[in-house]
Design a protein around this ligand. Structure first.
Ligand SMILES: CC(C)(COP(=O)(O)OP(=O)(O)OC[C@H]1O[C@@H](n2cnc3c(N)ncnc32)[C@H](O)[C@@H]1OP(=O)(O)O)[C@@H](O)C(=O)NCCC(=O)NCCS
Length: 156
């Protein structure tokens, strides 16, 4: 049987079909890497508002990878053509645990980068938690380099 990863189809985000999946992944990321963020009711409302806003924004796009109709991966990209410099942005890269290390993350990144380029972006940036080693390995392998450090300290 062929590798399921090769059968994944990337579709544009559809709120009714994909929101529950996207919220699960959003919360998973918060629990693992963003302890200051709210993974409760208020956080869910904020995320819902964000997703609704960007699905109506022509400068933003979310793709969902589907395997036999089941959402299994997600990526978000945005680009403001009137802004300078012409930098696109990628965020919320996610693949369900049982399908990782099959090249899906890299394929999604290529899909997002191709779209950003088609919109006029000459480069692309993204933010990643410094402790998220797997994602950092993926991004470095795809040619991303550290160009800015985001620093933080707790206020007592
Ligand atoms: C990060 C993530 C999206 C990677 O997706 P993926 O589909 O597993 O990535 P790929 O299979 O395309 O990996 C491509 C390359 O990245 C590197 N890589 C990815 N995951 C890795 C891991 N767990 N350990 C080491 N290297 C890894 C490898 O070099 C890999 O190539 P290889 O498998 O031929 O060695 C996935 O692990 C994920 O969803 N993690 C949780 C959400 C998250 O942290 N997202 C990033 C937010 S910034």
């Amino acid at each position: 049987m062929s590798d399921p990863a090769s059968q994944i189809e990337f579709r544009d985000f559809d709120f009714e079909r994909h929101f529950a999946f996207a919220l699960d992944h959003h919360f998973e990321l918060i629990r693992e890497h963003l302890p200051d963020w709210d993974a409760g009711q208020a956080g869910a409302k904020l995320y819902e508002a964000h997703v609704k806003e960007i699905t109506h924004d022509p400068c933003c796009r979310i793709w969902v990878g589907e395997l036999e109709g089941r959402p299994v991966a997600l990526i978000e990209a945005s680009f403001r053509p009137n802004f300078s410099p012409a930098v696109g942005h990628i965020s919320d890269v996610y693949v369900v645990p049982d399908l990782r290390r099959r090249g899906i993350g890299a394929r999604m990144m290529k899909t997002a980068e191709d779209w950003l380029k088609s919109q006029g972006a000459s480069s692309v940036d993204l933010n990643v938690n410094a402790l998220n080693e797997n994602a950092i390995i993926l991004y470095r392998k795809l040619g991303y380099d550290t160009h800015q450090l985001n620093m933080k300290k707790p206020l007592k």
